[in-house]
Structure formats: structure tokens, C-alpha cells
Design a protein around this ligand. Structure first.
Ligand code: NAD
Length: 483
């Protein structure tokens, strides 16, 4: 039997084929024990009529190898094309996106000479669930979906990763001063799970000031964990701060499957010019080698690459007069790295990998919530309505009651407008009408909600959405209006 690990490889679009060739050449020269299966993904597949950018038979290779080294792809402009990355992450449960961002001062110009941090970004939920609606002529909506299991998994991953890789601190970014339920869950889970890791320092920042601190004093951070959208934006910012977006690799990790890539895109304007920096994809491949149990080869490649940077052999994106020594293209850069295989950097810190320092953590078992009591206590009915003032709407709706269900208040864009709303509030054509048991806090039935909707329909109201209001173990599972 072959001792080679089968991996699935996609050459991608734009600069993808050039940087993939360079990457595979380097890791093969370093002795990577891999067997590649090539699949086609990206622009050509999209334009052939496949809206997800990957042919059905390619999934077979991925299901078999469970390891995917992927060059960036171009998503054609226009609607109707689904993101291949998002699809792959969801199909294979790749819940953690791990993005190391490191400065290589003084060899690569950066405003932040001391920087060695890792962003663990939740990869399956948040606004990236892609659940969007246009509900009225004036109002569109995207759902921010944050689940208990999804949150537990990424936060436990970040703590496990930090302790396995000898990191000292884990920082969580949230916006729970505004999103008290969704980001509040992320914050609370971070604190709860953090207690199981007494040796690690922990801190929580509101994402806006946290991002400002990250951009000005990245040396204060070590491992960071955050929701999908914050992580997507901040990991690009952080990678660019190290000197070039072309320098960072990334791992997308699930319980069974992992995908490795550069964090940048296909840079179509640089395609076919032998100019692109292959470093991001190469560092993605280094993470892959660690993942498949070849830490020796990973360290050999990584150290030769550091040595190459240190000797001033630079592609155009990191070339700087006075610092760089030789400007090279993609292929020449690969050859220079290969020439240094077996060497270690003299000034930059050499890396060491062992079978412990992997990106995979043991399967995360999330806690059961089946004992939590769930009581239906009301409903929010969203109406598309343009026939008068908030008081007009309130007066009409207050007269329509169902069994134990009465209008309590109306809000518009989250601000209370009835009863006693401020006259200055600008409103749009979507109204959130909150119905609850007049005997406050008591449960209501689904039957009463259906009866109320029937009454609204009889009176010609267009209800565009309903959202049930639940208490969980007596705690409100819905937000209150502002104002
Ligand atoms: P991009 O990351 O492709 O390029 C932005 C700029 O960064 C380039 O113009 C170039 O100047 C520089 N750059 C990026 N990678 C470089 C490298 N390796 N070496 C040197 N310079 C590099 O971003 P974009 O232009 O916004 O997106 C181009 C395409 O890539 C789009 O179709 C987008 O959808 C796609 N994309 C794909 C992925 C992916 O497959 N993972 C990720 C992001 C964007």
C-alpha cells in the first residue's frame, strides 16, 4: 500500500494555476508524501451552467480524500452564482477558518514589526447563512443566525488550538451591546468554555474598539475568535497589515474534512504574468501538511520559505528598495525556496511542528439543550402597510383580539411607534406588531396565533412574516423595542 496521502487539488482561476504549480513543486521537492487528484472548479464550471462552480463528480473526489488544497477562483459577476467557498464549507461542516497573520520584519515592510496572531473565524453561520428577503417595497432583510452548537464548536476550537500550540491568550470580539441575543450568546459561551482553560489568558472586546486596537497594536493579540462576518473582514485587514495579502494562508477545518487555501482571491489582472506571490497558498499547503501528519515536511518548507524572505528574494508585492535584494517572478521564487530546503532562517524565528501542533481538534461534542423549557408567549407579526400613521394602525389592530392574544405595541425599524411613539420617528412600510397574552408573560397557543392571522387577513392586511416569541427557562428569547 502507498504511504502517500491522497489529496484533492484545484488549480482555480486567474493567478491560481501559477501559484498552485509553484506550491506543488516546492512541497514535492521537500518530500511531501501526497498523491494528488485534480478537479476543476471555478469560472469555467460556473460559465458552463453549473451555478455552484463545482461539477457533481468532483464532490466524489473530495468525499474520498477529505483534504482539499484549493487555489483561488473567480466568481463571475452577476446574480445566480453561488459561492463555491461557502458551499464547500457547509457541505463538509468546515466550521473553523484559521488564519495566521505574521510580520516578517525587517525583511518585509510593515508598520507593525511585532505581530504573530491567529484569527479563528466561525465559518458556517452568521449573515453567511445567506438567508435574505425583500419583504416590502422599501425593506430588505438578512438573517444573522448564531446557534448554540455552532458557537460552542468555534470557541472550543479556539481554546483547544491555543493550548495545543502553546499560545498564551484568547481574545473574543463581539457586538453584544447591540445584539444582545446573538452576540450575547457568543460572549456568554466564550466565558463559560474559557473557565475550562485556566492557563490561558482571556479577554472580550466590543468588535469596533477591538478592531481599532488590532489595527494599531496587533502585538497585543495572540489567538482571536469571532463570528463569521467580523472574522472575514478583520483577517483580510490583518493579513494586509503584515505587508501583503499575498502572504497569508488559511485552513478551513471540520470534524472529518479540511480545506486549505490562500486568503486572497484570483487577482485576475495579474494572471499569466509569472508575477504573483505564491506564499499564501504555500503557507496553506504547510498547514495541510501538518494536518495530514507530515509535520517534518511542513517545517522544512516553512523554514526554507522564511530563509528565502530573509535573504531578500521577493515577489513584486513585497519588494521594497533598500530591503529586498532580488525581484523574482512566481516560478523563480519557487526555485529559490527549493534551493533553501533544509536550511533555517538566521534572524526570523524558525518554526517547529510536531504531531501535536495540528489545526484539527478532537470532535467537539456540544451540550444537550433538551431539558430547557420553552414557552410560547406571543408573536411578532410584520405587516406591509402604507395607509396611515402609527396611531391609525394601532387603533385598528387593538380592536382585533384572539384567544389570549392582544396587540401590545408596534415598532418600526426596531423603534416603538405605538402606543405613545415619538412624532419624529421616520417610518418605512414594514411594521412589527407584537401580540402577547394580556395577562403578561402567560403562555399563548399556536391556535390563537393562527386565529389572529386569520383576522388580519379578513381585514386585508398583508402579513409578510411572523416570528414567535418564546421564553427559555423563563428568560426572554426575543429583543425589546428601542424607545
Ligand atoms: P484579490 O485578492 O484577488 O486581489 C486584490 C489585489 O491584491 C490584486 O489586484 C493584487 O494586487 C493583490 N494580490 C492578491 N493576491 C496576490 C498575490 N498572490 N500576489 C501578489 N498580489 C496579490 O481580490 P479581488 O480582486 O477583489 O478578487 C478577484 C476575484 O477573486 C473575484 O472574482 C473574487 O470573487 C475572487 N475571490 C476568490 C477567493 C477564493 O477563491 N478563496 C477569495 C477572495 C476573492
Amino acid at each position: 500500500m502507498s504511504d502517500k496521502t491522497p489529496i484533492t487539488v484545484a488549480y482555480g482561476d486567474g493567478i491560481g494555476p501559477e501559484i498552485m504549480e509553484a506550491t506543488l513543486k516546492i512541497i514535492t521537492a521537500a518530500g511531501a508524501r501526497i498523491e494528488t487528484e485534480v478537479i476543476e472548479v471555478g469560472e469555467k464550471v460556473y460559465l458552463s451552467g453549473n451555478s455552484s462552480g463545482i461539477a457533481p463528480e468532483s464532490w466524489d473526489s473530495l468525499r474520498k480524500t477529505k483534504v482539499f488544497l484549493k487555489a483561488p477562483i473567480t466568481t463571475p459577476q452577476g446574480s445566480g452564482y453561488k459561492s463555491l467557498n461557502v458551499t464547500t464549507r457547509k457541505m463538509f461542516g468546515l466550521y473553523a477558518n484559521v488564519r495566521p497573520c505574521v510580520s516578517y520584519h525587517p525583511f518585509i515592510k510593515t508598520k507593525h514589526p511585532v505581530m504573530d496572531l491567529i484569527i479563528c473565524r466561525e465559518n458556517e453561520e452568521d449573515l453567511y447563512a445567506g438567508i435574505e428577503y425583500r419583504q416590502t417595497r422599501q425593506v430588505t432583510q438578512a438573517l444573522k443566525l448564531i446557534s448554540y452548537p455552532g458557537t460552542e464548536k468555534i470557541i472550543r476550537y479556539a481554546f483547544e488550538f491555543a493550548s495545543k500550540n502553546n499560545r498564551k491568550k484568547v481574545t473574543c470580539f463581539v457586538k453584544d451591546n447591540i445584539m444582545k441575543i446573538t452576540d450575547g450568546l457568543f460572549h456568554k459561551t466564550f466565558v463559560e468554555i474559557g473557565e475550562e482553560y485556566p492557563d490561558l489568558e482571556k479577554e472580550v472586546w466590543i468588535v469596533d474598539i477591538g478592531a481599532a486596537k488590532l489595527a494599531t497594536t496587533p502585538e497585543q493579540f495572540d489567538v482571536l475568535v469571532m463570528e463569521n462576518l467580523y472574522g472575514d473582514i478583520l483577517s483580510d485587514v490583518t493579513a494586509q497589515m503584515t505587508g501583503s495579502v499575498g502572504l497569508a494562508g488559511s485552513a478551513n477545518v471540520g470534524d472529518e474534512f479540511a480545506m486549505f487555501e490562500a486568503i486572497h482571491g484570483s487577482a485576475p489582472r495579474r494572471a499569466g504574468q509569472n508575477k504573483a506571490n505564491p506564499s499564501g497558498l504555500l503557507l496553506g499547503a504547510v498547514m495541510m501538511l501538518v494536518h495530514i501528519g507530515q509535520p517534518d515536511v511542513a517545517a522544512k518548507v516553512h523554514n526554507a520559505w522564511l530563509k528565502t524572505l530573509e535573504e531578500g528574494v521577493h515577489t513584486y508585492d513585497i519588494f521594497s528598495e533598500g530591503v529586498s535584494k532580488i525581484a523574482v517572478g512566481t516560478r523563480e521564487f519557487a526555485d529559490e525556496v527549493i534551493a533553501r530546503l533544509g536550511q533555517k532562517p538566521a534572524i526570523l524565528k524558525a518554526v517547529e511542528y510536531s504531531s501535536e501542533s495540528h489545526h484539527k481538534v478532537d470532535k467537539v461534542n456540544t451540550k444537550s439543550l433538551s431539558a430547557v423549557r420553552k414557552d410560547l408567549v406571543g408573536v411578532d407579526v410584520f405587516l406591509d402597510w402604507t395607509s396611515g400613521s402609527p396611531d391609525d394602525l394601532g387603533n385598528i389592530l387593538s380592536k382585533r383580539k384572539a384567544d389570549n392574544l392582544e396587540l401590545q405595541q408596534i415598532s418600526n425599524r426596531g423603534v416603538k411607534v405605538y402606543p405613545h411613539g415619538s412624532a419624529n420617528i421616520g417610518t418605512v412600510d414594514q411594521w412589527r406588531c407584537r401580540y402577547m397574552n394580556p395577562d403578561n408573560g402567560k403562555i399563548v397557543t399556536h391556535g390563537a396565533i393562527v386565529e389572529m392571522l386569520g383576522k388580519l387577513r379578513e381585514h386585508g392586511f398583508d402579513f409578510v412574516k411572523t416570528e414567535n416569541l418564546y421564553n427559555f427557562d423563563g428568560e426572554k428569547g426575543y429583543s425589546l423595542d428601542q424607545g
